[in-house]
Design a protein around this ligand. Structure first.
Ligand SMILES: Nc1ncnc2c1ncn2[C@@H]1O[C@H](COP(=O)(O)OP(=O)(O)O)[C@@H](O)[C@H]1O
Ligand SMILES: CC(C)(COP(=O)(O)O)[C@@H](O)C(=O)NCCC(=O)O
Ligand SMILES: [K+]
Length: 258
C-alpha cells in the first residue's frame, strides 16, 4: 500500500492507496515541529476510526515546507520501515524534467500537479492551484513544467487586509451579491472575488498568447469550486490532482527501478 503525503504551507494531506484503489484521505494542519510520533498517533487514531486495514509499504512525500520533511521521513522509517520518495530530491525521478532557469528550485507541489495533469489530459495545460499561494503551472506539449506564475492566495489576501487595516474585519470568501458593496464585508468580498476572477482570466489569456496555442485550464485546491461555480474560468476542476500526481510519480519510479 502507498501512503502519499502532500504537505502545503497550510494543510498536510495523507492519502492511502491499495494499488490503483483509493482508500482514504486524512487532513491536518501543517506544523514543522510535529514529530514522527505525533504523526503516528494522529494517523493511527483516524485509521482505526475509519476501520481501514493498512499495510503501508511505500511512502511518497511532496512538501512545500522543507522543514517538515525530516519528521515525515522519520515517521515513514520508524512506523513503516520504508525510505520515502521525496519529490524534488535527485533520487526521485520525474516523468519529464522541468525546464526552468538553472539553479531554480520549483515547488514540489507544482511538479506533482504537472505530472498528474499531464497523465490525465496530455500536454499544453495551465494548472491553477488555489493553495496558500495561487500558482499557475505551465505544462508543455510533452509534459514538462516550463514555468508559471505565483500570486498571493485568496485567504492570504483576505488575512493581509485584516492584519494591515485596523477597521477591516476578518472575512470569509464568498461570491458577493453585486460588484458594488454596500457594507464593509461585501466590499472586501467583491475586491477579492472579482479581483481573483480578473487575475485568473488575465494571466491565463496572457500565457496562451505567449505560448501562441490553445491550452486547457485545470483547476485544483480548496477554493477552485467557488470560482468554477460562479464564472466559467476552467476546463476542469480536480480536487485530487496533487494526490493523483503523487501516484503517477511513485509508479514511474517503480517502473524505472524494475
Ligand atoms: N473548501 C474550502 N473553503 C474555504 N477555504 C478553504 C477550503 N479549502 C481550503 N481552504 C483554505 O484555502 C487555503 C489553501 O488551502 P490548501 O489548498 O490546503 O493550501 P496548501 O496546499 O497551501 O496547504 C487555506 O487558507 C485553507 O484554509
Ligand atoms: C509557490 C508555493 C509557495 C505554493 O505552495 P503552497 O503555498 O500552495 O503550499 C510553492 O510551490 C513554493 O514554495 N514554490 C517554490 C518556488 C517556485 O515554485 O518557483
Ligand atoms: K498547493
Amino acid at each position: 500500500m502507498l501512503l502519499a503525503i502532500d504537505c502545503g504551507n497550510t494543510n498536510t494531506v495523507f492519502s492511502i492507496w491499495d494499488g490503483e484503489k483509493f482508500l482514504c484521505t486524512l487532513r491536518t494542519s501543517t506544523h514543522h515541529a510535529r514529530t514522527a510520533d505525533a504523526y503516528f498517533t494522529w494517523f493511527s487514531t483516524l485509521i482505526k476510526h475509519y476501520g481501514i486495514e493498512t499495510d503501508i509499504t511505500d511512502v511518497i512525500i511532496s512538501s512545500t515546507v522543507p522543514r517538515v520533511v525530516f519528521n515525515l521521513r522519520v515517521f515513514a522509517d520508524r512506523f513503516f520501515n520504508c525510505r520515502p520518495l521525496v519529490v524534488g530530491r535527485p533520487e526521485c525521478a520525474l516523468p519529464t524534467e522541468p525546464r526552468v532557469d538553472e539553479g531554480t528550485i520549483v515547488g514540489p507541489d507544482r511538479l506533482v500537479n504537472t505530472a498528474g495533469a499531464f497523465e490525465r489530459h496530455g500536454g499544453d495545460l495551465i494548472v491553477v492551484d488555489f493553495g496558500t499561494a495561487t500558482t499557475f503551472d505551465v505544462v508543455s506539449a510533452d509534459g514538462a513544467y516550463i514555468g508559471g506564475v505565483i500570486a498571493p492566495g485568496v485567504n492570504l489576501s483576505l488575512e493581509a487586509l485584516h492584519n494591515a487595516a485596523a477597521a477591516l474585519p476578518h472575512v470569509d470568501i464568498a461570491k458577493p451579491q453585486s460588484v458594488i458593496g454596500t457594507n464593509t464585508v461585501a466590499c472586501i468580498q467583491s475586491g477579492i472575488f472579482w479581483g481573483y476572477v480578473g487575475l485568473v482570466r488575465e494571466i491565463c489569456d496572457r500565457i496562451k498568447a505567449e505560448r501562441e496555442r490553445p491550452m486547457k485550464i485545470i483547476a485544483t485546491g480548496g477554493l477552485a469550486p467557488l470560482f468554477q461555480q460562479s464564472v466559467e474560468l476552467f476546463d476542469s476542476f480536480e480536487d485530487d490532482l496533487t494526490m493523483h500526481g503523487l501516484t503517477v510519480i511513485h509508479n514511474y519510479n517503480k517502473e524505472i527501478a524494475a
